[in-house]
Design a binder for this molecule. Structure first.
Ligand SMILES: O=C(O)CCC(=O)C(=O)O
Ligand SMILES: [Fe+2]
Length: 338
């Protein structure tokens, strides 16, 4: 428990073991200059146009934001409020959920979850748990704040619906018709709530180091007013502007593979802020462990040869975990070389 950054950050300057090597530090880019580049797509508009925008953004950025997504702004605000309240609970209440055992279904921990083995620690605490099946998972969720289960339950059901809608649009846009993304491919939904306390020197450390998400697709809600999420695009880190009514959508490796490279999973990271705490909630739509993933047959032809072999999702995750953050090599074992 005493390792949680939220328990000690205001008492200390940045400890040595939170300082990243020079090539991984954000430096001056802890405050990225440009913040308006990531496409914002209005889901209330014309369907054909939305599909085109989603495909373009998923190909060029691997990221986009959606507005008019059907989830009420007040529900998102209240859910973010309950997450923030959770991290502000007295230590004894948080202790009920704190665990260093990775097998625990719902747990609060710090950094990457690999604290004793990592060279540098991340400036973040993380609460994570599954959201499906809802009734069953909920029994493991925090009981404090008292509205946690109800609010997060409602929000995760709505996020799930939104994810299915977006996957339908992607499926149509790719020419895979309706219903391609179903059953085992999107069996699970995991929630990671990241909390980044204010940090005395954001130029030297990171909340989350560079990575691409391993799953199918991620829906992220970030707290208003505090920058933190950055995406790597054309050799530059650009920030994803927090918008009160938007959700951030991020293409995971599995969508990159299923689309045979048409959609891209982009590197991203989270930087810290010296003046504000920041909280973000990422819902990861994830295949089941035994799900077989492969490029969609309809996307492969003489001019578009198959780029990846088929594999079980658990094989992918095992490999991903051993190569944490080494985005250059994560996909190598799954590539088919001509
Ligand atoms: O806090 C953020 O905005 C990013 C978090 C993230 O990338 C992740 O949890 O995978
Ligand atoms: Fe991520």
């Amino acid at each position: 428990m005493e390792k949680l950054v939220s328990n000690w950050y205001n008492k200390r300057t940045l400890p040595e073991n939170y300082i990243f090597p020079p090539d991984a530090r954000p430096g001056k880019l802890a405050t990225a200059p440009s913040c308006d580049n990531i496409p914002v797509i209005d889901l209330g508009g014309d369907q054909t146009c939305i599909i085109q925008q989603i495909l373009k953004a998923s190909h060029e950025y691997g990221f986009f934001q959606v507005i008019n997504h059907g989830i009420s702004e007040s529900l998102l605000k209240d859910t973010m409020g309950v997450f923030k309240e959770f991290f502000e609970l007295p230590a004894e209440d948080k202790a009920a959920v704190y665990s260093e055992d990775p097998k625990k279904i719902c747990r609060l921990f710090t950094s990457s979850g690999n604290y004793d083995w990592e060279d540098v620690h991340l400036w973040r605490d993380n609460l994570r748990h599954p959201c499906l099946p809802l009734e069953e998972s909920m029994k493991h969720w925090p009981q404090q704040p008292s509205t946690y289960r109800e609010l997060v339950g409602t929000c995760s059901s709505q996020v799930r619906k939104l994810a299915l809608n977006i996957l339908e649009l992607i499926s149509e846009g790719l020419g895979l018709g309706t219903g391609y993304f179903r059953d085992e491919l999107l069996k699970n939904m995991l929630l990671f709530v990241n909390h980044y306390p204010p940090c005395s020197d954001p130029s030297l450390t990171l909340g989350v180091s560079k990575h691409c998400d391993p799953n199918l697709i991620t829906i992220l809600h970030q707290e208003e007013h505090v920058n933190g999420l950055q995406v790597f695009k054309d050799g530059e880190w650009i920030c994803v502007k927090p918008l009160s009514d938007a959700l951030v959508i991020n293409i995971g490796y599995q969508l990159q593979i299923i689309s045979n490279g048409k959609l891209k999973s982009a590197e991203h990271r989270a930087v810290t802020s010296s003046s504000n705490a920041r909280t973000s909630a990422a819902f990861f739509i994830t295949p089941s462990d035994d799900c077989i993933v492969e490029p969609a047959g309809d996307l492969i032809n003489a001019s578009n040869p198959q780029l990846f072999r088929s594999f079980r999702y658990k094989e992918f995750i095992m490999n991903y975990l051993t190569k944490q953050g080494k985005t250059e090599v994560v996909l190598e074992p799954f590539k088919l070389h001509a």
